[in-house]
Design a protein around this ligand. Sequence first.
Ligand code: UT7
Length: 322
Amino acid sequence: MRARIIGTGSCLPATVVTNDDLSKIMDTSDEWISSRTGIKERHLVKEETTASMSAEAAKRAMDNAGVAAEEIDLIIVGTLSADYVTPSCACEVQAKIGAKNAVAFDINAACAGFMFALNIANVYLQMGTYKTALILGAETLSKIMDWNDRSTCVLFGDGAGAAVVRAEEGTAGLLAFDQGSDGVRGSVLACRGRSNNNPLVETSKDLTYVHMDGQEVYKFAVTAVPCSLQKTIQKAGLTVEEIDYFALHQANIRILQSVAKRLKTAEDKFPISLDHCGNISAASVPILLDEMNRKGMLLPRMKIALSGFGGGLTWASAVMEW
Ligand code: UT7
């Protein structure tokens, strides 16, 4: 029995903001953003919410899989920017799509959130607890950006991606997984939540936003990701040469190029969505996977490696046969 992705979907907000648009409201330029990151534009929410984009991505994934809402047993959303503290985004999605038989909850593993959610589903499916899961990565990062901090706000975007995962007999599906966390280095990419406001303390009204030490996160990514991918490929009984595509978290094109170099493999095996999406944390991997799926790039028996990495610090990789 294997956990197999049988359908994908995604949803981006309607509003596109180019690098040139940003250069009109802050001290930045298309030249700086494009050359340092590969990002050219991103989608930012106006009316959309994390749950509304998630529900749309979920419907598209269910359509693609040919699965009805009643068949979904489990919904997990990887997110750090849900609309509410409670109910969870997953419970909102459940209500919006009418998946009345599902168990629903969110997890926060930042940019590795979709990958962590996928492995949780994998374990449930392997155990036989559930048969059909809906796994999402969804973010409205624009609401937790400091729009006066050009070193972070130009990098991120909003959106949601989804995959329907089903327990199936056969060789296709998830072959191997690797996950890790390093809380000691967590402060290099952080966004503090509400501070204490009980009657015993003086309350601070300070709102806090994402803060990132870009160079430290960069160094972490280019060492942890190739190592995790190598481990996962080996666990799957495969070699780097046998992997058809590497669908990685979309933070910076230079990170993708560096991972390709460290794995001694071709850069064109690393599809890209960051040019038109920016970095959408947990949503990056499922949106990229959906774009690859809809372009017809994913063929039966292909071997695909996935990896997410970021805040926590957290990282997770998977190898699957499509
Ligand atoms: O999703 C979670 C994982 N996240 C990541 O993997 C992000 C990893 N880090 C990175 O991708 C890169 O470190 C960044 C893209 C964030 C930054 O690139 P960098 O080459 O490390 O640039 P830097 O932070 O060293 O900044 C270089 C210069 C600075 O100016 P000085 O001090 O050299 O005069 C910045 O002030 O670029 C300046 N700068 C900007 N200039 C124009 C910073 N942001 C901007 C900007 N526009 N938006």
